[in-house]
Design a binder for this molecule. Structure first.
Ligand code: RRO
Length: 308
């Protein structure tokens, strides 16, 4: 079974890769992704200065999913600009995830990272975990201004990682913004921001930062992720490639993302919980499911979700 896919003209050897943030902060972690069956190497979202991130505990996994408030721990963009050319040897696409604390940060980072020639740049408009910093993707005007400036300094295909939206009006408005800017792919969705997980035995929160509030991931967010993939697939008439992110734990989850319109999927919580072997398991499960259903590839079912 051929599980390869194409996003914005870039060929991926399979359709499963890590989600930004999952096991992709250090040079060693990025090398390990290179050696694994991950279809791409996606970096941790990077900022101007290196960051230790928020105080621990800042990630908690539980049966229904995960909550995190990592707080953008990363090596700083200059380190990733050095590391990215070294990752070329693995012969798979490299996706650089760019973040920042101001419009200017995003522009500086995107310009330098573009020169290190990743295959794609994913602009993260949706980090939910910086105290006092709202998620940029929830402000369409700020998003438009920022993306226009970043677009001007990026020559590799540029995509956007969006937060989940919970109303069609918000998805429509963001689609207008993205259309105006010339975004070439979408990664949908980032974690569901500012959830709260409670430990009733201990009568306390699960993670330390922000009084326990953090981004939710894993199986519990899959319906929200699928809804956003489907909504943006329809809004762009299937013309804009989408990487589905949210709740991919088995081959069937990935199949659901493809039916909704995804061209590939990223794996966050399941990668953190299970380790790098998750990619081979997911490939095997999806290949068996597609064969059973008579689909020749993941793209053969893309967007085919039936409505009643
Ligand atoms: O580092 C984080 O706390 C973090 C980021 Br940048 C993000 O985009 N999404 C998330 O769940 N955590």
């Amino acid at each position: 079974m051929d599980l390869s896919t194409t996003i914005a003209g870039v060929r991926f050897p399979s359709c499963f890769m890590n989600a930004a943030g999952a096991r992709c902060v250090t040079g060693d972690e990025l090398d390990a992704l290179g050696r694994s069956r991950s279809a791409a190497i996606v970096t941790k979202s990077m900022t101007l200065a290196p960051r230790d991130g928020n105080p621990e505990p800042r990630y908690y996994g539980f049966p229904a999913g995960s909550i995190n408030s990592m707080g953008l721990p990363n090596l700083g963009y200059l380190a990733y600009a050095r590391i990215i050319p070294e990752l070329r040897k693995f012969g798979k696409p490299i996706i650089a995830s760019v973040a920042g604390f101001s419009e200017e940060d995003f522009v500086i980072i995107a310009k330098v990272i573009n020169e290190s020639r990743p295959d794609l740049i994913e602009v993260n408009l949706s980090c939910p975990n910086i105290p006092g910093e709202p998620q940029i993707g929830y402000d369409p005007d700020v998003s438009a201004r920022l993306l226009k400036r970043v677009r001007n300094v990026v020559s590799v295909p540029m995509g956007v990682k969006l937060p989940p939206y919970f109303d069609p009006a918000h998805q429509e408005r963001m689609a207008q913004v993205l259309e105006g800017v010339g975004v070439q792919f979408l990664s949908l969705i980032n974690s569901v921001g500012n959830g709260l997980v409670v430990n009733p035995d201990e009568e306390r929160v699960a993670i330390k930062p922000k009084g326990g509030f953090g981004g939710l991931g894993g199986p519990l967010i899959k319906p929200v992720a699928l809804a956003n993939v489907r909504a943006f697939w329809k809004l762009f008439g299937g013309r804009l490639p989408i990487i589905g992110v949210g709740g991919v734990v088995n081959g069937t989850d990935a199949f659901e993302h493809f039916l909704c319109g995804a061209s590939a999927v990223q794996v966050g919580t399941a990668l953190v919980e299970e380790g790098l072997g998750v990619f081979e398991r997911l490939e095997n499960e999806l290949a068996m499911l597609l064969a059973r259903k008579g689909y020749a590839s993941p793209l053969a079912c893309r967007g085919n979700l039936k409505e009643l």
